[in-house]
Ligand binder design. Sequence first.
Ligand SMILES: [Zn+2]
Length: 392
Amino acid sequence: MRLNNVTPITGGRDIDILIEDGKIKSICQSGDSETSIPGEPTIEFHNAIAFPGLINSHDHLDFNLFPQLGNRIYKNYVEWGEDIHLQNKNIINSILKIPQELRIQWGIYKNLLNGVTTLVNHGPKLDVKDELITIRQESYSLHSVQLESKWKYKLNNPFIDKNCPVSIHIGEGTDEISEEEIDRLIKWNLLKINIICIHAVAMNEEQAEHFKAIVWCPDSNYFLLGQTAEIARLKNKTQILFGTDSTVSAGWNIWEHLRLARKTGMVSDTELVNMLTVLPADIWGIPNSGIVKPGYAADIAIAKRKSGTKAMDAFFALNPEDILMVMHNGKIRLFDEDLHAQIMGQGNSLEGFHKIYLGDAVKYVSGNLPGLLEEITKYKPIKSSIPGYIRW
Ligand SMILES: [Zn+2]
């Protein structure tokens, strides 16, 4: 299959991407007829940008039906957790009544609709049936220093695969307790395991040197704590990846998270894109991923370019409704109605795809998302994260 006439967000001329056996076979400049293969199924785009399917380095798949829960700005995650369990108990219980399997499926769709093709799940290993996107559960997750019992023993378990990173929520707060817990983690990392820190809001540069990477989740941080990690300084000491976290603390739209991150001015546009593509592929050990390049997995997102915007500005202006196509391992997982005639005209069938509306946009999505949403509503959650502009 060929995806023709798309603009890479890194700039340059429009390109055609040839996909074969789930991988990117070749890339050439658009209109280079010498490389076209007669009879090859082709989708022509106009005014479209292409980028690697995003890698979301932090989420809790089964927590994505929760609405954002919080009643004020908190000093740390323990204070937040206690408060919402007290004040928002009814909402929490109404969501937990929905079977975990349905919650996991919605978590996958939340990511897919946003253009994410790889997600790193935090927490106990989940039984994921539909791999519409790649779900990474290979890293060893600890909840946090304060809420994971026996974390010191678990961290120093001699049977831990040293090549497999340990991820842990750490420094999720603005008080002294949050800063001190980072020192405790450093002190007790006796085997010098590669640790990937989630949040690190209270972390200073000296502490950052001890870790393999930080997963920056600004939307969640601002909501809970009113501030985020000092990425401008921390980025000089360790690698920075990007995560959404679940909807219990963050909005469902990753593009709003990215605009928030960009607005902080702490990172360049290229740095921010790398946090969602090449860097996580390297840090989490996902081979041949995170770049649109021959030999790499055909995990590609293509989106509408708003008129008058250049590639990077167009990228950061996106919302889920602007995404024209998401391809995962060479398979189309989602496409916009604009492409319907082209895709159908090449002898494809819509079997396995269902239609949903994102505002005025119509998307065809792999699997039965409308059925899932219907099923979820039967449990009558008091409030959920499914935005009103998703209709089915
Ligand atoms: Zn988390």
